[in-house]
Design a binder for this molecule. Structure first.
Ligand SMILES: Cc1ncc(C[n+]2csc(CCOP(=O)(O)OP(=O)(O)O)c2C)c(N)n1
Length: 510
């Protein structure tokens, strides 16, 4: 096989897998693939100077449009930079296609420049579609769920004059079949991490079921007015008041502490309906995990007696400058038709509490596969790239510092209404909410929280983004139609006071 044939085989495989967008980070070894891709039709190319952003951006594209997206790297540690996004894609079961150019197989184990062991680099996190070299007789790519890895070994001379292929001419893969109906019972629903289209399917079922629902913002269930009477405000606090016998969890693994504590309550039955295949619990007793198709085929009924869950509304007015109140004010300022990406750590928890204050018609996304604080700006940009409404990112300061290179992609997006909101509380303040850490001496807490006094204006300036720092929520209305960084600095004493007030013990009425 010639190098040209090997490259064509790679392009056809991508087209067959359903890839219509590719994020490239170029080097010398992958130049043949990159130049061939640029000569292709029916495929959109995004370009990056570093691979980590490229992979997280691809992840965001997949989350938004639910179609496979590829990322193409050169050899060596460039390929290794894809690992974190691949792990996130694995736990979200998203078809991230990794194409890594490699040196020829005879270099393996030699220590020659840029010859690392790429073939099984992603371990359990990606299915190997192929490890191809011109000396191989035949190349058969296999499709799977979740991330897929295609390692392509290219020898010198590198062929950079390969004709492109037409991606749109490729056949798409067949859809999966539905299972037989099965009976399901529950007295409490937990919902998290659903694409808005999945949320619409789930909403129809949940409205018929009539059981109380504790839903995270990313469940996207708050958009459905028919669910209003069933959606219980108060998050963790509400959950603590409940005594369910059978929990139905739909979508991603919930971020509530209460969910983690279900590990030690084996009598509480848990049924998961998820696209990921992961139960999200280490215990297996009384836990079942079903595929998404059961949302259509299962016959649901409510268990009696009811689980007794109580409703709680946070009193933001008492602590208006606290961080949770700020998240609520931001949620309320985001216009209908917007797409919101929520950072991990405190923002996602605070938004779950404040979701009732969000306007209808807003979509929510987050990286809750492995809960990393890395790649969040890049994932947000990928998820926003072709959304027509406003796109908002709410994230912590350390999370923003983690992804300073991400705005590289903005100049390729025809998108003036990006709002990157950094909640700058001067470090990883989630750790000040963990009881065991609060007991540590201040010097240790300072290291664990990575306390700092950095601001984000120079970052915005570097990338030519508008910058706004405000302590007036009215400034968040009718923002200019330009990409902007918005920095919010909540008042720490009010934040502390808010949580103290919110975490007082739940007293059940007799
Ligand atoms: C890649 C990665 N590294 C470390 C962590 C552990 N971690 C969880 S939250 C957090 C602090 C986040 O700080 P920030 O983004 O400022 O948010 P805040 O806690 O203030 O809400 C860290 C380091 C992680 N989740 N992901």
């Amino acid at each position: 096989m010639t190098q040209t044939e090997l490259i064509h085989q790679t392009l056809h495989t991508l087209a067959y897998l359903g890839v219509r967008e590719v994020c490239v980070a170029a080097g010398a070894r992958n130049a043949p693939l990159v130049s061939a891709l640029l000569a292709c039709s029916g495929v959109k190319i995004w370009n990056f100077f570093e691979e980590r952003s490229a992979a997280f951006f691809a992840l965001g594209r997949i989350m938004a449009d639910r179609k496979p997206v590829a990322v193409v790297t050169t050899s060596g540690t460039a390929a290794a930079e894809l690992l974190a996004a691949t792990i996130e894609a694995h736990y979200q079961n998203l078809p991230l296609v990794l194409v890594t150019a490699d040196r020829p197989k005879r270099y393996r184990g030699s220590g020659a420049p840029q010859a690392i062991e790429q073939a099984a680099l992603f371990g359990v996190y990606a299915t190997i579609v192929g490890d191809w070299d011109v000396t191989d007789e035949s190349h058969e790519g296999h499709c799977s769920d979740g991330p897929m890895h295609l390692n392509v070994c290219l020898d010198e001379p590198l062929e950079t004059n390969v004709a492109g292929v037409d991606f749109s001419a490729a056949q798409s893969l067949p859809a999966s079949e539905e299972g037989p109906p099965s009976p399901l019972r529950c007295d409490l629903v937990l919902a998290a991490g659903m694409h808005p289209k999945d949320a619409a399917e789930a909403a129809a079922l949940l409205a018929r079921l009539g059981a109380p629902i504790v839903a995270e913002a990313t469940s996207n269930l708050h958009a459905f007015t028919e669910l209003k009477p069933l959606l219980i405000p108060g998050g963790e606090r509400a959950l603590q008041s409940s005594r369910p016998a059978h929990v139905l969890r739909i979508g991603a693994v919930p971020s509530w502490r209460w969910w983690r504590d279900l590990e030690s309550h084996p009598k509480v039955k848990v049924t998961n309906i998820t696209r990921t295949g992961f139960s999200g619990l280490a215990r297996t007793e009384n836990v079942e995990t079903l595929g998404w198709e059961s949302i259509r085929s299962a016959e649901f009924s409510r268990v009696d007696p009811p689980c007794g869950i109580l409703r709680f509304e946070p009193e933001y007015g008492k602590f208006p400058e606290s961080e949770p109140a700020w998240i609520s004010k931001i949620a309320n300022a985001i216009p209908a038709g917007s797409r919101v990406f929520i950072g991990n750590s405190l923002p996602i928890r605070e938004l779950n509490l404040a979701i009732q204050t969000a306007r209808p018609g807003v979509e929510f996304f987050a990286n809750r596969g492995a809960n990393g604080i890395d790649g969040l700006v890049s994932t947000f940009l990928g998820a926003s790239a072709i959304h027509e409404g406003e796109c908002w990112l709410l994230l912590g300061d350390l999370s923003a510092l983690y992804d300073l290179a991400a705005p590289w992609a903005i100049s390729q997006m025809d998108h003036p209404r990006l709002r990157i909101v950094v909640i700058n509380n001067g470090g990883g303040k989630i750790f000040s909410r963990v009881a065991s850490m609060r007991a540590l001496p201040d010097a240790a807490r300072s290291v664990i929280e990575n306390r700092h006094a950095l601001g984000f204006e120079p970052w915005a300036q570097m990338w030519g983004l508008e910058y706004l720092q405000t302590n007036d929520a009215n400034d968040l209305e009718d923002l200019l139609p330009v990409p902007m960084v918005i920095e919010i600095r909540p008042e720490p004493l009010q934040t502390e006071a808010f949580w103290k007030d919110w975490q007082r013990p739940v007293i059940r009425p007799r």
